[in-house]
Design a binder for this molecule. Sequence first.
Ligand code: FES
Length: 56
Amino acid sequence: MYVCVCKGVTDHQIRRHVSDGARSWREVRETTGCATQCGKCACVAKSVTREAIKSE
Ligand code: FES
């Protein structure tokens, strides 16, 4: 599903960035552009990132 509509970022993409080595929300945000426009997705995107990092 789309987490970030503005930048077209999916939860799958976030998980992939984490399995490719991203270890923080900041890294995911910088590489995907997620939450850099309206910012409404930040909360959900952060929790998807945290969950993905935890399960690494
Ligand atoms: Fe992610 Fe707008 S929905 S920046």
